[in-house]
Design a protein. Structure first.
Length: 496
């Protein structure tokens, strides 16, 4: 039942059915995984890698090379690297730790991860232990080798095994470190890989428990140190990645409770930060994930979801102004901060809340001010559409006037940019970020139509005239539509 190290470079130990103590064993649940353990190593006959994968995987993940119509095996690079190790050992060479790390890196870099890649990486480290035990190599696996195996498991997509296996590896590393292998002592990268393996495989509660245990252990050790009691070994201190991993996965959870759990982790992170861990700081993802949960994710249907999202965004803006510049980075990054603002506005608008327009106006003003230091937050058409949507949904008496005022600002910005372009001798033409579109004018008309104002008919007609004038001067995106004329007619029909 145990997956033995039947590699060409470890056949002497293949008959050892009961490994000695302090050896890394196969995860218990892996016995139920259909996996062919006796792979052939690459040779001249199998240069396409077609026979590297076991028989049970021959119908899975089929990819073909268009040029020669051959199967593409993602594990080929790792298997080929293992074959190099086998040749080194067969020729009485002694591979160093970097050689084994290269093999593990090949498996770790497989896109999207695979279960068989995790099992193969796991087998490589166990084989490395066996080779060192039998004196065939000089160096046993260290913390980096085990950490790479945990990273492979975390992306394996096999939730039933990944988290448990990484926890077993972590315990195994701790035991070996206590047994004299100092270079095996787990570090923060190891703990993060284990947290990651739980969080990304549907075991977010286990990841949270591990994170909070790390926080408690570190703070307890720091408290004892303040009392003059020094621990022999300091516990590993969690970093920003540790917290953000748990926050992200709770926010992505398909349960309304996930957002509240993510908020609690964010609060714990800030508490840990203020308790003397200045470098453990939130970044734009720490807030953006939770805001997304309450505006677009599973928590959006909660009655207080827009309020919670707005509270988080205001807190994020306040902290940015206090010096936490990484919350709204000025450089290009994966998370565009403008979406956090527009999603909060839209969350209020979708529910047609009376404060939707005011919230949009507040956040547009914040974006305008923050845009001086964060270029991505300079208001654009997309942001203005969200604000106009807010005014069209709220039904307040001044909604039409405020929407029309925003339209005028957008047209003024277009005129200013056009004037600068006309006077500029450079060939590259500048375009306005706040260019008006058909939808901008129709939303403003809708704001008038849903407003209890007595000027709604006059206001809707004024917006139509603005639309016609803007189209006349060359804005093709503002071409009047049948809907725009119908909106005016509908509003006029409301009056006798």
């Amino acid at each position: 039942g145990m997956l033995t190290m039947d590699r060409a470079w470890d056949r002497d130990d293949a008959d050892n059915a009961h490994p000695p103590d302090n050896r890394l064993l196969l995860p218990k649940k892996a016995h139920r995984i259909t996996f062919h353990s006796r792979h052939a190593l690459p040779s001249e006959e199998h240069c396409d890698g077609s026979s590297i994968v076991g028989n049970n995987n021959k119908n899975k993940n089929k990819k073909y090379n268009k040029k020669n119509n051959q199967k593409f095996n993602p594990l080929y690079a790792g298997r080929a690297a293992e074959s190099v190790l086998s040749r080194m050992l067969a020729n009485s060479h002694r591979p160093d730790s970097y050689a084994f790390a290269s093999v593990l890196n090949s498996y770790q870099r497989i896109p999207n991860g695979r279960l068989d890649a995790a099992l193969a990486a796991d087998a490589v480290v166990r084989g490395m232990e066996s080779l060192h035990l039998h004196g065939k190599i000089d160096e046993p696996p260290d913390v980096f080798h085990y950490t790479m195996v945990c990273a492979c498991w975390s992306r394996s997509g096999h939730g039933a095994v990944a988290g448990e296996r990484c926890s077993e590896i972590l315990s195994h590393m701790t035991e070996r470190a206590q047994g004299g292998f100092e270079r095996v002592k787990p570090n923060i990268r190891t703990f993060n890989a284990v947290i990651d393996s739980h969080a990304y495989n549907g075991r977010v509660a286990e990841a949270e428990d591990m994170l909070l245990s790390m926080v408690d252990n570190y703070e307890s050790s720091a408290a004892r140190s303040m009392d003059g009691i020094e621990d022999d070994q300091l516990p590993v201190r969690p970093d920003s990645f540790s917290f953000n991993t748990v926050i992200q996965q709770w926010a992505r959870a398909r349960t309304p409770e996930g957002g509240r759990r993510a908020e609690r982790i964010l609060d714990r992170m800030l508490e840990f930060h203020h308790n003397g861990n200045a470098d453990v700081r939130p970044d734009e993802r720490s807030f953006a994930y939770i805001i997304y949960h309450f505006t677009k994710g599973a928590g959006r249907m909660a009655p207080d979801a827009p309020d919670r999202a707005l509270k988080l965004l205001r807190r994020m803006i306040r902290m940015f102004r206090q010096g936490y510049k990484e919350l709204l980075p000025a450089y290009d990054n994966r998370t565009n901060p403008i979406f956090a603002f527009t999603s909060v506005i839209d969350a209020h608008s979708v529910l047609r809340r009376p404060d939707a327009g005011m919230v949009g106006d507040e956040l547009l003003d914040a974006m305008t001010k923050l845009g001086d230091s964060v270029d991505a937050l300079k208001p654009n058409t997309y942001a203005c559409l969200s604000v106009l949507y807010g005014w069209s949904s709220c039904g307040s008496v001044d909604a039409g006037e405020r929407a029309t005022e925003l339209l005028r600002k957008m047209e003024e910005d277009m005129a200013d940019v056009a004037a600068r372009t006309w006077n500029c001798e450079e060939e590259e033409e500048e375009t306005s970020r706040m260019r008006t579109t058909q939808r901008c004018y129709i939303l403003a008309q809708t704001a008038w139509a849903r407003s209890p104002s007595e000027r709604k008919a006059e206001g809707a007609l004024e917006v139509l005239e603005m639309m016609e004038a803007n189209y006349a001067i060359g804005n093709m995106d503002a071409k009047p539509t049948v809907q725009a004329y119908s909106m005016v007619r509908s509003v006029l029909n409301l009056f006798p």
